[in-house]
Design a binder for this molecule. Structure first.
Ligand SMILES: Cc1cc2nc3c(=O)[nH]c(=O)nc-3n(C[C@H](O)[C@H](O)[C@H](O)COP(=O)(O)OP(=O)(O)OC[C@H]3O[C@@H](n4cnc5c(N)ncnc54)[C@H](O)[C@@H]3O)c2cc1C
Length: 408
């Protein structure tokens, strides 16, 4: 099935999927989530990731709805998985050098692909699903066709890519990022690093035949096809922890323009931070810039449709919309505003594009003011070490957020 049929790019579709999944978000999810069953439509996981990735549906909404339906202990596993996303985002935000290093590693690997024919062949066969490895080829093809892959299959796939096919991990992360509808700079880069043994240093994930066979209900069994006891990759130590982002609040009464990226398509929360609607809206996206190679057309088309739906959903509130202005400063000056307000854009392709506009904005005296969501502000301070540290804080974070929503 095609990506747009599987994941209609609208908030209504996201809400409907959440409603359908909620009965399964408790004990059933904890028991069955590791089964990768594409031919049954992945019945044991939420398949909400493209919506969460673009915040057409927020983590807070999903967790609140889950806890409205199940006890905290029954929902524990699903809630923790949603927090994995928040954790990776917070972790990368405090160590943006890891994103920069990934891009440099990818550029190097792509250069090698040009000059080493063996590597080029191996990479092309892996991306096309023509390796002959049972399971691996089917997952590659599922990804290219649908824009989705189950979490367990992503782990097996990455492990086989790195340890059996011995391809550079950055090429695999790039293949995912170009094809996943939920392709996310933090979850993707850091999960690939985790499988390789670079994230939790010295601890890697090794795909095993028995595990693949069990969790695909016997559909795949790559007997004698996998490297059995590979060594983890070695890398440099993590960079030191950077500060928690603390952007100054927008000037409430001043006229403002809205900037949207693909990172947060629920900008309604900005209404609370400002007294008036925006004078106008601009859209700048990083979707086509996820890689030096072309992002899959179904991904760019999906994101464009999701953004169009977001704008339509907000009706007259956004004012006139300009797509991809070349010069943000000139656009804002033309509107007579001196502040552009936006949902906080984390490290990644969209933020990279905005960095290129910074000097022009500073020169023109135009403030670019990102507004951090309460969810990220509450969770990211705990995304400093391993996931366990954040996991133990989940009840505290949720209590803090409940307090905030009662107060507002
Ligand atoms: C190598 C590799 C690459 C990955 N790349 C991405 C990526 O680019 N974008 C992405 O959103 N996820 C990524 N993941 C995490 C995970 O595989 C997907 O979030 C999940 O498969 C999405 O399917 P779902 O919505 O049915 O998940 P469910 O199991 O229903 O989980 C609900 C939500 O929780 C979040 N979540 C669940 N598991 C994880 C996890 N391990 N890490 C981060 N968030 C999680 C997702 O937002 C997901 O939609 C990657 C995992 C691996 C091993």
């Amino acid at each position: 099935m095609e990506a747009r049929t599987l994941f209609p790019p609208s908030r209504d579709a996201a809400l409907e999927r959440l409603r359908d999944f909620l009965p399964k978000a408790g004990a059933e999810y904890a028991r069955k989530r590791n089964y990768s069953l594409p031919e049954q439509g992945h019945p044991h996981v939420s398949i909400l990731s493209p919506y969460l990735r673009h915040r057409m549906l927020t983590e807070e909404e999903v967790v609140q709805a889950t806890l409205g339906r199940h006890s905290a202990s029954a929902a524990e596993k699903f809630v923790q998985e949603v927090f994995w996303r928040t954790y990776w985002k917070g972790w990368l935000e405090r160590r943006p050098q890891v994103w920069t290093a990934y891009k440099a590693g990818l550029a190097q690997a792509l250069n090698r692909v040009q000059s080493e024919s063996g590597l080029r062949r191996g990479w092309e066969e892996a991306c096309a699903g023509r390796t002959g490895i049972d399971g691996f080829d089917a997952w590659a093809q599922e990804l290219v066709q649908t824009g989705y892959m189950h979490n367990h299959a992503r782990m097996w796939f990455a492990s086989i890519w790195i340890f059996t096919l011995r391809l550079p991990w950055e090429l695999g992360a790039d293949f995912f990022l170009r094809h996943l509808l939920d392709g996310d700079q933090a979850s993707n880069t850091l999960s690939w690093r985790w499988v390789a043994g670079l994230q939790t240093q010295g601890k890697h994930y090794v795909a095993r035949v028995a595990n693949i066979s069990k969790y695909t209900e016997g559909r795949h069994r790559p007997l004698h096809q996998l490297t059995a006891e590979p060594e983890p990759l070695s890398g440099v130590p993590h960079p030191p922890l950077g500060p928690m982002p603390a952007p100054p609040p927008p000037r409430r009464e001043a006229p403002w323009a809205l900037l949207l990226t693909e990172d947060d398509l629920s900008p309604g929360y900005l209404r609370k931070a400002l007294d008036h609607p925006p004078v106008a809206t601009a859209v700048i996206t990083g979707t086509a810039h996820r890689s030096p190679l072309a992002t899959a057309p179904q991904v760019t088309e999906w994101c464009a449709a999701a953004i169009a739906e977001t704008i339509a959903r907000h009706g007259a509130w956004t004012g006139p919309v300009t797509q991809e202005p070349q010069d943000l400063a000139a656009w804002a000056q033309g509107l007579g505003v001196s502040q552009i307000v936006m949902p906080y854009t984390p490290v990644g392709p969209a933020a990279d594009r905005l960095t290129a506009q910074r000097a022009g904005l500073d020169q023109a005296g135009i403030a670019l003011t990102p507004v951090l969501r309460a969810w990220d502000a509450a969770a990211w301070p705990h995304a400093t070490a391993g996931f366990f540290k954040l996991k133990t804080k989940i009840p505290t974070i949720l209590a803090e957020l409940r307090g905030l929503s009662l107060a507002s």
